[in-house]
Design a protein around this ligand. Structure first.
Ligand code: TYD
Length: 138
């Protein structure tokens, strides 16, 4: 499927927490044009239910636990994000749903482009058509 799990560089300080970091271009295969994060979601709630035509993203969960369900039109995979040193690099053309396994978990996203509602596919059947048309990938 069109994603990879990446290790986010993290340095632990004894009894003093840890720091995690990444840089556009150096650590990600794109320049970061936008950062956003989703918070305050109750346990058991789902968000997402869309795909992107061209956007690439790094998803990470520095606090809590969120299940990311990815769908390429043929199969579905479930990935649990629950560590500050773990991220999912998503290419475009993947349908995603996100399940909050613990309330107050924070989902952070570094994205390759500015917000563009035209880049979204919010209808699952339209997503399947998009996959079939082969208008991809970045
Ligand atoms: P959306 O991407 O649909 O969130 P989710 O997939 O998690 O449900 O975004 C929700 C709303 O926020 C939508 O009205 C668009 C707006 N939004 C922006 O204006 N800029 C952004 O960068 C993002 C991600 C969302």
């Amino acid at each position: 499927m069109n994603y990879s799990i990446i290790h986010i560089k993290t340095i632990e300080a004894e009894q003093c927490g840890r720091i995690s970091f990444f840089e556009g271009i150096h650590d990600l295969p794109f320049e970061i044009r936008r950062i956003y994060y989703i918070s305050g979601v109750p346990e058991g709630k789902m968000r997402g239910f869309h795909a992107h035509k061209t956007l690439r993203q790094l998803l990470f969960c520095p606090y809590g636990e969120i299940e990311i369900i990815l769908d390429n039109g043929e199969e579905r995979e479930h990935i649990v994000l629950n560590r500050p040193d773990q991220g999912i690099l998503l290419k475009s053309g993947l349908w995603r749903e996100m399940l909050w396994k613990k309330s107050d978990s924070v989902l952070c996203v570094a994205a390759s482009d500015f917000y563009d509602p035209e880049d979204y596919i919010r209808d699952y059947d339209a997503f399947l058509e998009f996959r079939k048309s082969g208008e991809m990938y970045t």
